[in-house]
Design a protein around this ligand. Sequence first.
Ligand code: MTE
Ligand code: MO
Length: 314
Amino acid sequence: MRTRRPYSLPWSQVTPEKTYLSRRRLLAAAGAMLGGGLLPGLGVASSRFAGAPASRFSTDEPLTPLKHVTSYNNFYEFGTGKDDPARNAHTLKTTPWAVEIGGEVTRPATVGLEELIQPAHLEERIYRLRCVEGWSMVIPWVGFPLADLLKRFQPTSRANYVAFETLYDPEQMPGQKRPVLDWPYREGLRLDEAMHPLTLLTVGLYGNELPNQNGAPLRLVVPWKYGFKSIKSIVRIRLTEQRPTTSWEMANAREYGFYSNVNPEVDHPRWSQARERRLGEESLFQKKRPTLMFNGYGEQVAHLYQGMDLRKYY
Ligand SMILES: Nc1nc2c(c(=O)[nH]1)N[C@H]1C(S)=C(S)[C@@H](COP(=O)(O)O)O[C@H]1N2
Ligand SMILES: [Mo]
């Protein structure tokens, strides 16, 4: 199996010079947000995470406008319509917030969010994220590598996987009153995927705290996998010996596999994965973009799957 693939992004696209340009675009976008009145009374300087340094892992593609990022969402705990989360997620109470870290770790603990976030570790990462339904976005996230957190709690030698859970509280998350999924929402990664430097625990976007509809106060972003792996509003992280079952596998194992790597050559039974629609480009540039293997992160992650049949392990 080849490790260098023609479809992967060259490193030249993730250089610091390029992220500097991204940074400038970000500031312009923040200015536009102010102009649009989306953050009344909040200057860029007072945006909570505006100072987070740019990451060398950022893409330099144009950012998806904030209004699309916050109004076209999948967050079934607040309804299955794309505009439901923006309308309904205000009932989620994100302070105080605690995360339980347990299972195969030397130092299990329940930790308050403020203690979990180490400000010096925060970075701004501009990532593509592609939903299995065929749309994609480019978002300036703020977060820190999941690996930093896992190392803090010291996985044991028996840890092979990481299992994540979203909050379960039907009063705050009214969508959980209906059996749309087997709540709470559950996701999982292999330990090497979880430790990969691209795997980001995310607390903000566009320089500010995550809006509730995007998974406040803490979510995962795994840019080479379909969007549903990027679990929102996390309250539990468990290291496990056995592979955990995910909510989407439980709902429909034929359609959703554990790996769910972005792969234009393996179609979902209901949606082609060959092309994608970039949110915000609907009007003049309606042309769909080709979807890239591993969402364009192949150079960084293909080695994780060497020798695996990606049709079988979808
Ligand atoms: N808890 C939870 N996390 C979730 C989901 C969800 O329904 N519940 N939807 C997933 C799906 S299908 C996608 S595409 C992304 C969407 O993230 P965004 O709304 O911030 O773009 O969140 C993922 N994380
Ligand atoms: Mo999705």
